[in-house]
Ligand binder design. Structure first.
Ligand SMILES: Nc1ncnc2c1ncn2[C@@H]1O[C@H](COP(=O)(O)OP(=O)(O)OP(=O)(O)O)[C@@H](O)[C@H]1O
Ligand SMILES: [Mg+2]
Length: 510
């Protein structure tokens, strides 16, 4: 018989949204000093369960106990006051404020009644340093990459005097080295007695960070496992069926050259801290080819893709920039779309989707833009196009009229991809296309990307997940400091690619 209550006990939690049951009576507990991994496919109910714990939404039924005492949180503030800190899947930072202001939002330091900006900056810097990350505390969050924003959100959550820390996919945008640093921080926090709920789709992280694993499936507990359980066991619990081969077969038939960059660089009219302009990029993408972009955070992968898409801000290209063997300007999104480019950003919230609009509206937005901004599309045609896209990308639940914001993170990602594909691009630029996507859906996304390639689309894809690049791509180009520094054929070894990507950068710019 147990003599003391666990740090956290959630019991019989039920939640439905309209007709859909997101949680069907879930029990979940957490001990002091424990890292408890919570796994599940997209839409399994992980974020919903944690949103209930964090006071964001109220359960329909069920109870929460902390140290044995029943609690009920009216809002996130109440949960925070009770010691529950959360790093949300869609980070809750204020983009227009700088890093310091975000870290101290609502708990500003004052001296004699006035904001003590100096003290806050020092404390912010110390806090980031303590967890081993170097981020400019004066920079507006809107200018930070998704990975850096994740780091700020982590620092912010750690700064609460919390006893329970919820991390909803904290590593989705981090690279291998940063993930390791974060794990060191997590173990350190756990040693101090904090209980941590850790949500991730990266199964290989489980044995490295967790003490226990619980798997949710369709709103119910599918089972628990020790962290040392083989990945195949976890996958079986996750999906309840055997999975097909993750990576589709490559084709060897490529067509004409879609993209040619030869010593290409982009000079922005205004320098932005932390924004790594493409400086010396040489690469080709052929029709039917999937080319990978590897590199560490800050290497300039996102910048290269978004600048090709004409979203690099005021400035101009130098060197050779050709699409279908014709020189192009690519200094505005309109240019890029006219040239047949499409882009799926790694920042679903900022650039990709209109969360309050329906899935259908989001899906046809890019078709509309292709035809004409003033072109009107009949409701029936809109619904038909949207339904096709939903089926082909297996968006769940498959409902055209649902607001995108009501979809789980992984399903939002599928909508973001489907939307760009509907525009029938010749060159598809993908930035972290499977961020936050479960193993089953990953396979589906890879298959769709290959299908597009088979239809003659050229694909340029950046990812921090090296196995993904190796498994999916026909060729991998390594970017470092805004420059292409090496190229590897399909099936190259991860260590070889990493060695080049992480090589010391002696030639840091001014
Ligand atoms: N506000 C909402 N309105 C309607 N349905 C919702 C809402 N929030 C969540 N859902 C639904 O509840 C289910 C569980 O979603 P949840 O976000 O908890 O999944 P998840 O396990 O976190 O998935 P992911 O790994 O993709 O983030 C999904 O079917 C989702 O569409
Ligand atoms: Mg989620």
């Amino acid at each position: 018989m147990s003599t003391r209550a666990p740090l956290l006990a959630m019991h019989g939690v039920v939640k439905s949204f309209g007709g859909a049951q997101a949680l069907r009576g879930v029990d979940f507990d957490l001990e002091k000093g424990e890292v408890h991994a919570l796994l599940g496919e997209n839409g399994a109910g992980k974020s919903t369960l944690m949103n209930i714990l964090s006071g964001v939404i109220a359960p329909d039924q069920g109870e929460i106990r902390i140290d044995g005492a029943a609690v009920r949180f009216a809002d996130p503030r109440a949960a925070q006051a009770a010691g529950v800190a959360t790093i949300f899947q869609e980070l809750d930072l204020v983009p227009s404020l700088d890093v310091t202001a975000n870290l101290f939002l609502g708990r500003e330091l004052t001296r004699a009644g006035v904001l003590d900006r100096g003290a806050m900056r020092r404390a912010a810097r110390a806090r980031l340093e303590a967890i081993g990350f170097d981020v400019d505390v004066d920079q507006p969050v809107s200018e930070l990459s998704v990975g850096r924003r994740q780091i700020v959100a982590i620092a912010k959550a750690l700064s609460y005097d919390s006893r329970i820390l919820v991390m909803d996919e904290p590593t989705a945008a981090l690279t291998a080295a940063e993930v390791q640093r974060l794990f060191d921080v997590i173990r350190d926090v756990a040693r101090r007695g904090v209980g941590i709920v850790y949500i991730s789709h990266r199964l290989e992280e489980v044995p490295r960070v967790a003490d226990r694993v619980t798997v949710l499936r369709d709103g119910e507990i599918a089972g628990t496992a020790p962290p040392t359980a083989p990945q195949s066991d976890l996958v079986a619990l996750l999906v309840g069926r055997a999975l097909a081969e993750l990576y589709p077969r490559r084709s060897r038939v490529f067509g004409r050259r879609v993209l040619r960059l030869e010593r290409a660089g982009y000079r922005p009219r205004r320098n932005r801290a932390g924004w790594r302009a493409p400086r010396d990029v040489s690469l080709d993408v052929l029709e039917g080819e999937v080319v990978g972009l590897a590199g560490i955070m800050g290497a300039g992968r996102t910048e290269l893709l978004s600048t090709l898409y004409g979203a690099g801000g005021p400035g101009g290209w130098s060197g050779v920039v050709e699409v279908n063997d014709r020189p192009v300007r690519l200094t505005s999104i309109a240019d890029a779309r006219r040239a047949g480019l499409a882009f799926v950003s790694d920042d679903r919230r900022g650039a990709g989707l209109m969360l309050r609009d329906s899935v259908g509206r989001n899906l046809v937005a890019s078709v509309l833009r292709r035809v004409s901004p003033f072109f009107l599309i009949s409701k029936a045609r809109e619904a038909r196009l949207a339904r096709q896209a939903i089926v082909s990308f297996d968006v769940r639940p498959p409902r055209v009229e649902l607001a995108v914001g009501a979809l789980s993170g992984g399903n939002q990602q599928k909508v973001a991809l489907a939307k760009e594909v509907l525009g029938e691009p010749r060159l598809l630029l993908l930035d972290e296309p499977t961020r936050g996507v479960d193993v089953g859906a990953k396979g589906e996304i890879y298959a769709r990307v290959r299908e597009l390639a088979a239809q003659g689309v050229g694909v340029l894809v950046a990812s921090s997940e090296m196995p993904e690049l190796i498994g999916l791509c026909d060729r991998i180009v390594v970017l470092r400091d805004g420059r292409t520094v090496a190229e590897f054929p399909a099936g190259a070894a991860e260590d070889d690619i990493l060695a080049v990507a992480e090589a010391n950068q002696d030639d840091r710019d001014e």
